[in-house]
Design a protein around this ligand. Structure first.
Ligand code: GRF
Length: 189
């Protein structure tokens, strides 16, 4: 039986990690995309997922968010956060302990934590004059970006990089790193 993977996207994200991961999963009969979940129907990534023919679900943030999300995730083996900016409810984190992954566009444990998302991350990397950056897939805990690192990929930071050029180089790595991390978690190696 294929392992059910649910991808939880962010309200504003493009959904490029969701697309890359779903396409790789489609080539791998060990996994199936169970659902793509967002908190708002107008999320651009949900529109993309719908066009791809994936099963999408909207679970609005409300007083019953934890319960509603748990219901939407019934039967799911692995949860992949892709551009989701919130902390997941504690009950979800515990129920899927070591089965929830997140991708971050820097080499954690550096450049992570609350407020470190999008261009803020790449600006901080450039300001720190790092010569190397990359992406990290880690387990999700109740804190931002703190769970154990599963897999990282690295790229150089070039002298004339802007946050945009660096982000584009890192994003290419993200699109491979997430699938590799999922395989590692599910099947080892
Ligand atoms: C990615 O850079 C990811 O590392 C971060 O949010 C961004 C989402 O981009 N967590 P996309 O929506 O997958 O294109």
């Amino acid at each position: 039986m294929a392992l059910n993977v649910s991808i939880i996207i962010g309200t504003k994200g493009r959904g490029s990690n969701m697309v890359a991961l779903s396409n790789q999963i489609a080539q791998d009969d060990r996994f199936v995309v169970h659902s793509v979940i967002g908190t708002k129907a107008e999320a651009p990534a949900l529109a993309v997922a719908n066009e791809m023919g994936l099963n999408t679900k909207v679970v609005p943030v409300s007083e019953s968010y934890e319960r509603d999300l748990e219901e939407a995730l019934a039967g799911v083996d692995y949860i992949c956060l892709a551009g989701y900016m919130r902390l997941l409810p504690a009950g979800i984190v515990h129920k899927w302990d070591h089965r929830i992954l997140n991708i971050h566009p820097a080499l954690l444990p550096k450049f992570g934590g609350k407020g470190m998302y999008g261009s803020h991350v790449h600006e901080a990397v450039l300001e720190a004059r790092e010569t190397e950056s990359g992406c990290s897939v880690h387990y999700v805990t109740e804190q931002y970006d703190e769970g154990a690192i599963i897999h990282q990929m690295r790229c150089p930071v070039l002298p004339d990089d802007t946050p945009e050029t660096l982000a584009a180089r890192v994003l290419k790595l993200e699109h491979q790193c997430y699938y590799d991390a999922l395989v590692k978690v599910a099947f080892g190696g």
